[in-house]
Structures are given as structure tokens and as C-alpha cells.
Design a protein. Structure first.
Length: 301
């Protein structure tokens, strides 16, 4: 399906039942226009839905929520948990615009839950708009026991409830965030997101696989300067890779990275790094993360 085993984390959008849902969760890398089409430049032909993602303890794990409604309809957005309040959740609404260079996310702003669509400025609610997107981050506490939990984005639309069923997997993996570059501190002010959703992961892997062989992944992330959610997501993944390298070996981690990237000649690849956009579009880091995180095991209780 994606060229790598996915352990049930990602599901192609094939079922009519899922397609009919007015709320869904996707990877952080798929972006959508105000009419619900993937950004043309991203190469995402068939976006992936997230049903059972692995979560890393002690850091923010990112996803995108997509809300599809009829033009002019109002809605309220919630995120339920079972057990209740087991994890921290934060939401950023996205301002999607098209200019001379094409579609982009012009800004991102932190909002509180539940979120009422009436709070969206009228200027952003064009008569033909049917799709709204939200960047969602979820943080399990450090040392939380590995298990499966319910995380359910919910939508109240026309007095009817719609629930997107996510069964997240909290991995036996803690991260140490010390040593990372200056981290973004979200607040109520708008943030201008990165132009390419996968560039921070590409930069991290290029530095890690082609830099000093003795450098840790956190050291490889030093140049990311996370000033937005995309950079912070990639920077936060670096200590998870270091934790896996301590649990197994750096060779094991590198082997999985090279396998997903289909790198046979590491030296030649480092001379002209290429990433699998042709196979996976900009969602390739999601496949890579899922494959590497299999080294942490899979909780079943």
C-alpha cells in the first residue's frame, strides 16, 4: 500500500463510510484547499486517514483534522478521550489561501476546545467554502504505561454528533527534549507555517545520515530552528530516534531509515539526497516514522 508495513496505523480512503464522515484525521503532511482537495503541489493522490497511530510519550505528536460541511454550515469541534484527560491536546486552526504561487497555509492560530466555527472571521468563510482544517497535537505523559487509548475528534453539526474513531497506541518510548534548538511557544498569535510540510524531516534525515557519524539525531536537528509546528514536529522526533538507538542500536535505526528511503549507496545518496515524494507524496515521513517506531514495540492492552 505504501511500500512498507504500516501496522494498521494508516488507512487508504477507500470506504464510502469513512468518506461520508464530515470529520477525519490525516497525517500532518497532507494539506487541503477550502474545497477539500489536496494541495496540487504536494503530490498526495489519495490522502491517508489515521486510525491507530503510535504516540511517543513526553512530546507532541501531530495530526491534521479535516472538517467537511456544506457551504455556510456552522459546527462545533470537540476532542474526546477514554480514559478522560489521559493526554494533553492542543488545536490550531489553519488559514488556507491561494495566491499567485498557488495554495498555501497563510497562518495558524491556537484555539480552545470546544471550538465553534462562528468564531472564524467572515472573511475566511467564502460562500463556496466546504472544508476547514486544524493542526492537532497530542502529548501522552512521560512514563505513561504502554497501552491503547481512545482519542475521538467529534463534530456537532446540525444537532447531530459525528465521531472519528482513533485508537492510539502509547509506545514504551520516552524522549528527552533537552538539547533541542529553541522550541516554539504557541500562543494566541498567528503563526506562518512552513511552505513545504516535509522539508523539516528531509533536513533532519539529511543531516543525520550524511553528517558526522558520531553525531546524535538531536545534534542533527540543531539547524532546524523550530519556529513553526512543522519544524517542532521534526525536532521532537529526533530524541525519539536517539532513544530507539539506545534501546537497540544506531545501526538498527539507520537500517530502517535507509530501507524506507530505499537508499542502497549511502555515500551516493548523500551527494544528491532525494526523498520518496514520487511514491508517497509529502506524506512519506509518516510512513518512515511508523516503520522506525516499530522498534519500540506495539502495546495491545
Amino acid at each position: 500500500m505504501m511500500g512498507v508495513p504500516v501496522m494498521g496505523m494508516l488507512l487508504m480512503v477507500l470506504g464510502l463510510a469513512l468518506q461520508a464522515q464530515p470529520i477525519r484525521a490525516t497525517t500532518e503532511f497532507a494539506r487541503f484547499t477550502h474545497r477539500g482537495e489536496p494541495f496540487p503541489q504536494d503530490g498526495v493522490r489519495q490522502p491517508l486517514e489515521v486510525l491507530s497511530p503510535p504516540l511517543i510519550r513526553g512530546t507532541w505528536n501531530a495530526f491534521r483534522l479535516v472538517v467537511d460541511v456544506e457551504p455556510g454550515e456552522n459546527f462545533r469541534l470537540y476532542v474526546g478521550q477514554n480514559p478522560n484527560n489521559a493526554m494533553r491536546v492542543r488545536i490550531f486552526r489553519e488559514v488556507v489561501q491561494k495566491d499567485a504561487e498557488g495554495w498555501g497555509i497563510a497562518a495558524r492560530q491556537m484555539v480552545l476546545l470546544p471550538f465553534d466555527s462562528k468564531a472564524i472571521p467572515a472573511a475566511e468563510r467564502a460562500a463556496e467554502r466546504t472544508t476547514y482544517t486544524f493542526w492537532m497535537e497530542v502529548q501522552p505523559p512521560r512514563n505513561y504505561r504502554p497501552r491503547r487509548l481512545k482519542l475521538e475528534p467529534q463534530l456537532l453539526l446540525n444537532d447531530q454528533w459525528f465521531t472519528y474513531p482513533m485508537e492510539i497506541r502509547v509506545l514504551d518510548l520516552d524522549v528527552d527534549l533537552s538539547g533541542l534548538p529553541g522550541r516554539a511557544v504557541p500562543d494566541a498569535t498567528a503563526e506562518r507555517p512552513a511552505a513545504e510540510p516535509d522539508f523539516a524531516y528531509a533536513m533532519l534525515l539529511r543531516q543525520a545520515l550524511c553528517g558526522d557519524g558520531e553525531a546524535t539525531f538531536v545534534e542533527a536537528a540543531a539547524g532546524l530552528q523550530p519556529l513553526d509546528r512543522e519544524r517542532e514536529s521534526a525536532a521532537s522526533f529526533a530524541p525519539a530516534l536517539d532513544a530507539l538507538a539506545r534501546k537497540h542500536s544506531r545501526e538498527d535505526v539507520d537500517r530502517e531509515l535507509l530501507r524506507v528511503l530505499r537508499i542502497d549507496d549511502r555515500k551516493a545518496w548523500c551527494a544528491a539526497p532525494e526523498f520518496p515524494r514520487d511514491r508517497l507524496g509529502v506524506e512519506w515521513p509518516a510512513a518512515l516514522k511508523n516503520r522506525v517506531l516499530q522498534l519500540a514495540g506495539d502495546p495491545y492492552d
